[in-house]
Design a protein around this ligand. Structure first.
Ligand code: UDP
Length: 367
């Protein structure tokens, strides 16, 4: 009998992570069989479908359509729907990614039914419990039976919190697997430069969607003023997260932003990789984009007070930008690329997904 594994995903970064692991799972068929639940946390063409198509992620077996709700309603409704699927499908394992409400809801549903949980991207900590993501990741880690951590720092965090070393596997980062695997296809997106009137290394690529930046009006406005000031000296290209677009409109900043910045709709993964690779610098509050900047050897400025990807700060690949308009202006307009020496092994060699699948199979045999 194959091992019956259910993957639960629902948000953009999870599709990108799952693409590589699903491919590795398929290569070990029929020993292990994956079915996929898509919660619908992100559901439209630009935030979901494009990733399934471009990255050839298997079509979900279940689509729950639970998005656009408050933190509590979303998590609660997801638990209920996921539980009813688990009761029928009786998975041997579930596989969850990262730190979203989808991750936590699936883990809570599974643990009460005594279904073992494998958590990919375990052990990361920002130590800021005001971030919903931090709460989701800490709780999920402590519910999981197998914790796949991308970094030695992640392992250290888990050991300090009393997680048994037998459950922890340091395996590299599945996002690195995706960057390496799709890099060649992304090169074909060179037409974007012409279409957007850009040349390599003459623009800043920015993304912004974290709740702690977007949901406090003063802070959001301060960041925007920093970008507006910087736009006098640098082209700023900004693929907008739908939530951020809505807030820009609510704050009456959309019109000014479209005038001074190059606003784009959310991009597909290959377009995004291409634009990241050719940027002079990347300014972001995204977790995934910080890592991709490093993997693509582009300096990164992080628009947050802390980051869980601390090794990037230690090595100087990434800097935290104080969230004042002056500091943002200063950081985005000074030369960043000068003396960085890029060492390439922080997040593994592109084989994290294979290691995950190998271990899942081994652990299932031991049970
Ligand atoms: N991304 C994308 N299109 C975009 C913006 C981001 O494909 O317009 C990708 C990005 O390259 C990275 C992932 O989405 O792989 C990061 O997701 P996001 O910033 O939404 O979430 P986070 O990583 O902060 O949890």
């Amino acid at each position: 009998m194959p091992i019956n594994l259910t993957t639960i995903i629902g948000a953009r970064p999870q599709f990108i992570k799952a693409a590589s692991v699903s491919r590795a799972l398929k290569s070990r068929s029929p020993e292990i069989k994956e079915s996929i639940i898509h919660t619908g946390q992100h559901y439209d063409k630009e935030m979901s479908d494009v990733f399934f198509e471009e990255m050839k992620i298997p079509k979900p077996d279940h689509f729950l359509g639970i998005g656009g709700l408050s933190q509590g309603s979303m998590t609660g409704r997801m638990i209920e729907s996921i539980e009813s699927i688990f009761l029928k499908a009786k998975p041997d394992w579930i596989l969850v990614y990262g730190d979203t409400n989808t991750t936590l809801a699936a883990s809570l549903a599974a643990v009460k039914l005594h279904i073992p949980i494998a958590h990919v991207e375990a052990g990361l900590r920002s130590f800021n419990k005001k971030m919903p993501e931090e709460v989701n990741r800490v709780l999920t880690d402590h519910l999981s039976s197998l914790l796949f951590t991308p970094t030695s720092k992640g392992k250290e965090n888990l050991l300090r919190e009393g997680v048994s070393p037998k459950k922890i596997i340091e395996c590299g980062d599945v996002m690195a697997d995706s960057v390496f695997f799709y890099a060649k296809q992304a090169e074909e997106k060179i037409h974007l430069l012409k279409e957007l009137d850009l040349s390599p290394r003459n623009y800043v690529l920015t993304t912004l969607h974290r709740q702690e930046n977007t949901d406090q009006s003063d802070r959001f406005r301060e960041i925007l003023e920093g970008l507006f000031l910087a736009s006098k000296e640098r082209r700023i290209v900004w693929p907008l997260h739908p939530r951020t677009e809505k807030i820009l409109k609510n704050e009456n900043l959309y019109e000014k932003a479209s005038r001074l910045l190059t606003l784009l709709p959310p991009l597909g993964y290959l377009d995004m990789l291409f634009l990241q690779k050719n940027a002079l610098v990347i300014a972001t509050d995204s977790g995934g984009v910080q890592k991709e900047a490093y993997l693509l050897k582009v300096p990164c400025l992080t628009l947050r007070e802390e980051t869980e990807w601390v090794e990037l700060l230690e090595k100087g690949y990434n800097r935290l930008v104080p969230l004042s308009r002056e500091a943002i202006f200063e950081c985005l307009t000074t030369k960043n690329e000068s003396s960085i020496e890029w060492e390439s092994s922080l997040y593994g060699d592109g084989k994290a997904s294979e290691t995950i699948v190998k271990n899942l199979i081994q652990f299932s045999k031991l049970e």
